[in-house]
Write a protein that binds this ligand. Structure first.
Ligand code: ACO
Length: 393
């Protein structure tokens, strides 16, 4: 007879740390085939969107399920453009944050603070959902750029109405109107990062959404989750790792030592993919276009060599470059500081979070998983003078 290991299941349901492979919702937003290396948003292959679409068009597709007509797109772009400015109170709040603080913390706080300025009620009204989505898509880049200038001791610059979404962000960040190729590549990067099914931050967004709270709290909790080095924060660590390796000839040795010491190679591996992340391949192509125009990033050859050397060592385990591997090199070439890589990821991923927020509201059931309790059995409270410190044992 099969013996039941009570530490590994509850009520017949096996323990799944990290919920690996456990379906927890239906979703029609994003489909991943991790074996074939395919990714689709609402049925459209990511390569087609990255070649032909714009970030705002893709955002519309993700949230509302269909590519917009030209009228719908124009209206959406106009609405986003009109809501780019943030209240002087939000800017003042950003000025109170320590300049040494991480921009992801500034973003998380300011995203949550938007809930103080706009109504938190109305999530069952499609107009409320549209307006909140527009506001978040419009204001997050402004808040990221504002914190960047503020921490350098400067005043934030206002969005420019004559510039499209991505150009305007780069302008607010670098104080220069970007080269059209740079703006185009950046916009395509946003498309590639916009959605990826139930990754940790999106799951976080859905859990928060399932309590029927407001969209600002949904996005703030997702931003906090994205910040971690195993998720969005990895793109910062990739650059640090490449700089530590220093030259292509040291890539193999670095890999051997890291694998021996059981250290993770940043920008490699993915819970979903057993092959190279399709987004990493597309990003690499964009990176090469950018490098051809503006000069190669000094770490690009190290990255390529690391990828080559990793094939034999990590490939058999299905570990290949993920989306974070090449994105940092591109962002660096675009003049984006390293600790803004993850906030830039958030600028893009907010599209996916909002799509999941809307979908969650459409068929909501509050998330409340179970656990296998491993703590003490019932104990009796003792007064202070009868307790013995465990540290003395
Ligand atoms: N380098 C070396 N070995 C790795 C790596 C890596 N990057 N990723 C996984 N492995 C190995 C593990 O050591 C483990 O080996 P073992 O079975 O011999 O113990 C095995 O592969 C499984 O690893 P897990 O960490 O259990 O895989 P999981 O699916 O939980 O992790 C994750 C996925 C978190 C992305 C992991 O690959 C990782 O930490 N990568 C580095 C960080 C990174 O790049 N994160 C960005 C992910 S993309 C994104 O979030 C946008």
């Amino acid at each position: 007879m099969k013996t039941i290991d009570k530490s590994q299941e509850k009520n017949g349901i096996p323990l799944r740390p990290g919920l690996e492979g456990v379906p927890v919702t239906h979703s029609s937003i994003c489909d991943i085939d991790g074996v074939k290396g395919k990714l689709q948003y609402r049925g459209y292959p990511i390569s087609e969107l990255a070649s032909n679409s714009s970030f705002l068009e893709t955002t519309y597709l993700l949230i509302w399920g269909e590519l917009p007509t030209s009228k719908e797109l124009r209206e959406f772009e106009e609405e986003v453009q009109q809501h780019r400015r943030v209240s002087f109170r939000v800017r003042d709040m950003l000025k109170c944050f320590p300049a040494s603080g991480h921009p992801m913390d500034a973003l998380q706080s300011s995203a949550a603070a938007l809930g103080l300025f706009y109504s938190r009620r109305g999530i069952d009204d499609p107009k409320y959902i549209y307006d909140a989505a527009v506001r978040l898509i419009a204001k997050i880049p402004t808040m990221v750029a504002a914190f960047q200038l503020i921490r350098k001791g400067q005043d934030p610059i206002q969005p420019r109405d004559d510039l499209p979404y991505s150009s305007n962000f780069l302008y607010m960040l670098t104080e220069r109107e970007p080269d059209p190729l740079a703006a185009k590549v950046f916009d395509r990067c946003l498309i590639l990062h916009a959605e990826h099914s139930l990754n940790a931050s999106t799951f976080s967004a859905r859990v928060t959404a399932s309590t029927l709270t407001d969209p600002y709290s949904v996005v703030a909790s997702a931003v906090g989750t994205l910040a971690g080095p195993l998720h969005g924060g990895a793109n910062e660590d990739v650059i640090a790792m490449l700089e530590e390796i220093g030259t292509p000839s040291k890539a193999g040795q670095y890999l051997d030592e890291a694998i021996k010491q059981k250290r993770k190679i940043m920008g490699f591996g993915h819970r979903e993919y057993r092959v190279k992340d399709p987004r990493a391949s597309i990003l690499q192509d964009f990176g090469e276009k950018l490098f051809a125009r503006f000069g190669k990033d000094e770490m690009y050859e190290v990255a390529k060599e690391l990828e080559k050397e990793a094939i034999d060592r990590l490939g058999p385990k299905g570990i290949y470059p993920n989306v974070d591997f090449y994105s940092g090199l591109i962002y660096r070439k675009l003049g984006i500081p390293r600790d803004l890589f993850t906030p830039v990821f958030a600028i893009s991923r907010v599209a996916g979070w909002l799509a999941h927020w809307r979908e969650q509201l459409g068929a909501n059931r509050i998330f409340r998983p179970s656990q296998i309790y491993t703590g003490m059995k019932t104990r009796t409270w003792k007064p202070l003078d009868q307790r013995k410190s465990k540290k003395e044992d």
